[in-house]
Design a protein around this ligand. Structure first.
Ligand code: ADP
Ligand code: MG
Length: 157
């Protein structure tokens, strides 16, 4: 397991972090976003999607109720999911995220820690921690491809 922590002073810095991550992503990558309500999971997902080239004219909204939103028009298709409202594993099976995890795009999955044992092993997980005011800490962890992304994110800019 590779891990690293990144401190964000404000939402612009979080958006730049999303831009750096987007530049590293390729087909089939899965990125989990977890952390409390308001930590910035959706903000970061939107920054990644925009940096992948989803056009500004395409509105990106939280998938809290839709569960999965798909965005084209960028370098890779983006599948933005939210597992918060799933009551149990049966709901996850009904949603069938594996088709997307193994798909041709990039998955950005909020509340990825809802079903830890049904989470892909080689995904990148970003845990966002609320700090004072606009401060946030992002803890990155991953194995395999996820670990590779952690290492790439750690590289000096
Ligand atoms: N450093 C930061 N990174 C991300 N969001 C921040 C930061 N500072 C303040 N915010 C604000 O926190 C809120 C995060 O909301 P959101 O991304 O919807 O959270 P979540 O999806 O984790 O519930 C937004 O209103 C955003 O503007
Ligand atoms: Mg959210």
């Amino acid at each position: 397991m590779r891990t690293a922590a990144f401190d964000m002073a404000d939402e612009e810095e979080t958006a730049r972090f999303g831009g750096r991550l987007a530049a590293l992503l390729r087909e089939g990558d899965v990125v989990g976003l977890c952390g409390d309500l308001g930590a910035g999971k959706t903000h970061l997902a939107i920054a990644v999607a925009r940096a992948l080239g989803v056009p500004e004219g395409v509105p990106i909204s939280s998938p809290t109720f839709t569960l999965i939103n798909e965005y084209g028009g960028g370098r890779l298709p983006v599948y933005h999911m939210d597992l918060y409202r799933l009551a149990g594993p049966a709901d996850l099976y009904a949603l069938g995220p594996w088709e997307y995890y193994d798909g041709r795009g990039v998955c950005l999955v909020e509340w990825c820690d809802r079903f830890d044992d049904l989470w892909p092993e080689d995904a990148l997980v970003l845990k966002l921690h609320l700090g004072e005011g606009t401060a946030r800490r992002i803890e990155a962890a991953g194995r395999g491809r996820g670990g590779e992304l952690v290492e790439r994110l750690r590289e000096p800019r």
